[in-house]
Design a protein around this ligand. Sequence first.
Ligand code: SF4
Length: 358
Amino acid sequence: MTARRRSNAVRVGKLTVGGDAPITVQSMTNTDPRDREATLRQVRALALRGCDLVRLAVPDRGAASIFSYLKEQGITVPLVADIHFDYKIALEAVAAGADKIRINPGNVGSRDNVAAVVRACRAAGVPIRIGVNGGSLERPLLERYGAPTAEAIAESALGHAAILESLDFFDTVISVKSSDVKTMIDANRILAEKTDYPLHLGVTEAGGLKRGMIKGAIGVGTLLSEGIGDTVRVSLTADPLEEVAAAREILSALGLDPTAGIDVVSCPTCGRTKIDLIPLLAAFEKGLDERGLRKKKLKVAFMGCAVNGPGEAREADIGIAGGDGEALLFKRGETIAKYPADRIVEVLLDEIEKSFPT
Ligand code: SF4
């Protein structure tokens, strides 16, 4: 792991993005913002799952009132308004209490329009995220570079940032995304060299659950391991809650999630496995959620046999090693007892519940 790149610290509601602040996780609602109840439910669910910032698309002017509604309902997770082209929606979103605006100043028409957005954001202490995607690059850059290359995407983002700088506005976060993982990585590397703005990382249009998680993990994970990135979104064609879970897993795999709780190491099973480990692990994961045990800071080993199992389990705080229709329970390297396979998950969950503090 490379030391973290030094970026500007930008306030987003109660959070700081960039500087020394922990790397934050974002997702986006997929409810219609005019359906207030459904949107409220989804924002609450995302916050509960560990989403640090929730972004909402604001497709038209009436929709911006969702921000004041969510605040009135007690939502404290910072909210980001995602706006394309219409600067008046941005003004409405700021007035309605959005904590951050995602808008590209080069796409909102006259300099007066940009100045109006900047004035409103400055007065409300609201930062602006510039978000450039390979698929929506400006035509002149596309013509000059011949394709949405990493250089073209980075140049576009810096161009938008320069418009804000010319209005003396520096409370800016930048994202440069592409559905091509390598392009996204390279574009961020270029920006990391050229600017101090905090960087929002993500592979866009990454695909469904499995493919999207892999692309996101490679793109976001590679950059984070190089010390690049301040806030992340794993974009998936799936339930937004899955995006949060995936982003948290990436951060926790790199030791970058201070809120990380239980770490489960489990063996892949092989010809030696005599216990049905795959459904047992699924039942264990489900039990962790149902009993609210995820936040406990401990390492659990879930091993299929007594060949490698006990060795791995010794490194863990607690664990099991499967036998023939039964399993050994280990705790801090000591064998505690042997249990039938159909009882081991419950025993393990009970032990975690009673013996380890949250
Ligand atoms: S721990 Fe045992 S069952 Fe699991 S993969 Fe290793 S040898 Fe096979």
